[in-house]
Ligand binder design. Structure first.
Ligand SMILES: Cc1cc2nc3c(=O)[nH]c(=O)nc-3n(C[C@H](O)[C@H](O)[C@H](O)COP(=O)(O)OP(=O)(O)OC[C@H]3O[C@@H](n4cnc5c(N)ncnc54)[C@H](O)[C@@H]3O)c2cc1C
Length: 458
């Protein structure tokens, strides 16, 4: 679809306006998740807030949508014909150590925020993927490395600046547009383009984190031990256990290069001595082959080893009430050698995640004991069907413990039904807020929340 008057309007934007004929268009419109083919009508690389306002107003005039995107880690759909608004240029960060808060531009990545926090002994409620954006992660909930102690990242959202679908720049907090503030705290794509977030930071003067790695043949014993061990842990320790297929790359240490192995990922707010004492029961199950656990700083939490510039991933997730012992054999099996299923991981929930938020939030808490994340990599067309089958097999083994819910941050092309993320009353409220702040449906929401409850009177 050709966007009328794009070239005329482009002069009003300080950043770049790229139509399909521009040689930079393909790269500028490519999301981090390379399995999602985005086909926007134009890409705007915003330089500042004025560019965001101008883009939303232009789109409204033209009767087309704007799809805001920081990195594309959370890309879901093709954004067909819309203006893809890349926010990477809005990446200013300022940390206020006395108030334990940061102001973060909409395009900032976790890597940037953690680097700014580290000198102050502070940390954001970060993921272990530093290339992911702070904004999409926080708006969708944000389940991170300090989650059992400090809860969801969305609950640390103090205020935001946002351009509504009408092109109006609003400051949103508990006192101003409180309904929208509630929606920003875990409701996913808002009815506007966020330009800046103000978030709370956690004290992290001492952190101990890393991976313990065992041979795959110890998987069932280790997963069994993890079930009971992880239920005894203090909230300061956030953990996950998984089976990984490591790539045959020279950068991967020799004992696990090209191999399957069990990985226990830990992040502890406290001293190395206390952490090692807590880990001891798992070390007694079997001798790890590798151990990267050590005292770390908040800017040294790249524990997932995910490529910074993109990967062809399909992630399927589920919040579980339990990790049934009867399922352990199935969930520790990554399928035949060469299967595109690369990771099956379980994070222990509970702690602060299970408690209601201190202030109103669209995602109030997580009801469940474990979070399943199965990650596949699609390198060949035939991988698509094989992976769907392998991920389906894992999900089927866990069906008795499935809650039917997952987190909005993990919505994907294969998992985007609104009732997977929100209870009916929450979804209806989000729908009403979307219609109020973006009546013309200018801002693209891949879940189309605004249609929920649209048949009811406002
Ligand atoms: C490898 C990998 C590991 C992950 N690990 C975790 C994890 O540990 N915990 C977790 O909770 N999530 C995790 N996720 C999911 C991740 O949090 C989401 O993909 C999140 O959307 C990333 O944020 P982003 O800003 O980089 O995403 P983007 O793809 O840039 O944005 C995602 C969506 O957020 C909205 N959005 C983004 N910017 C704006 C804006 N300025 N205004 C309005 N709306 C906006 C849009 O709807 C957009 O489509 C992981 C994802 C991947 C690929």
């Amino acid at each position: 679809m050709v966007i009328k008057d794009l070239a005329r309007w482009a002069h009003e934007v300080k950043g770049a306006v790229l139509g399909p004929e521009d040689e930079r268009f393909g790269n500028a419109g490519k999301p981090w998740n390379l399995t999602v083919p985005q086909r926007p009508g134009a890409v705007v690389v915003a330089a500042d807030v004025d560019d965001v306002v101008a883009t939303v107003r232009f789109a409204a005039e033209q009767g087309i949508q704007v799809a805001p995107q920081g990195t594309g880690h959370g890309a879901i759909d093709s954004t067909d014909g819309a203006i893809l608004l890349r926010t990477g240029g809005l990446n200013e960060i300022s940390v206020d150590p006395a108030r334990r808060r940061a102001r973060v531009g909409a395009g900032a990545r976790w890597r940037d925020l953690q680097e700014a926090c580290t000198p102050h002994g502070l940390s954001g409620l970060a993921t272990n993927v530093p290339s992911a954006g702070v904004t999409g992660y926080t708006l969708g909930g944000g389940l991170g490395l300090l989650a059992r102690r400090h809860g969801l990242a969305a609950h640390g959202l103090v205020s935001a600046e946002l351009v509504t679908g009408d092109g109006e720049l609003l400051r949103v907090d508990a006192e101003h547009h409180a309904d929208l503030w509630w929606a920003l705290r875990g409701g996913g794509t808002p009815p506007g383009v966020v330009t800046e977030l103000e978030i709370e930071l956690a004290e992290a003067p001492e952190l101990f984190a890393g991976d313990l790695i065992w041979p795959a043949d110890a998987a069932v014993d280790l997963f069994g031990a993890y079930r009971s061990w992880s239920s005894t842990l203090p909230e300061e320790l956030t953990t996950a256990i998984g089976v990984h297929q490591f790539p045959p790359l020279p950068s991967v240490p020799e004992p696990i290069r090209g191999q399957r192995a069990v990985t226990l990922t830990v992040c502890f707010l406290g001293t190395a001595d206390a952490a090692r004492r807590l880990l001891q029961p798992m070390l007694e199950v079997a001798q790890p082959m590798l151990d990267s656990t050590r005292p770390r700083t908040p800017d040294d939490l790249d524990l997932a080893g995910v490529p910074a510039d993109g990967a062809p991933v399909v992630i399927r997730t589920e919040i579980l009430g339990d990790l049934p012992e009867s399922a352990l054999a199935a969930v520790t099996d990554l399928g035949p050698q060469g299967s595109p299923l690369s990771v099956v991981e379980f994070r222990r929930l509970g702690g602060a995640l299970a408690r209601p938020a201190d202030a109103p939030a669209a995602l109030d808490r997580i009801e469940g004991e474990y979070f399943l994340e199965s990650v596949g990599l699609i390198f060949r067309p035939e991988d698509v069907a094989v992976l769907a089958e392998e991920q389906g097999r894992v999900l089927a083994a866990l069906e008795p413990a499935a809650t039917g819910r997952t987190l909005r941050t993990f919505a994907g092309a294969e998992d985007r039904a609104v009732d997977r993320f929100f209870a009916p009353d929450v979804a209806a409220r989000l729908g009403g807020i979307a219609r109020r702040y973006d009546p013309g449906a200018v801002v693209h929401d891949p879940l189309d929340l605004r249609s929920v409850g649209a048949d009811r009177p406002a």
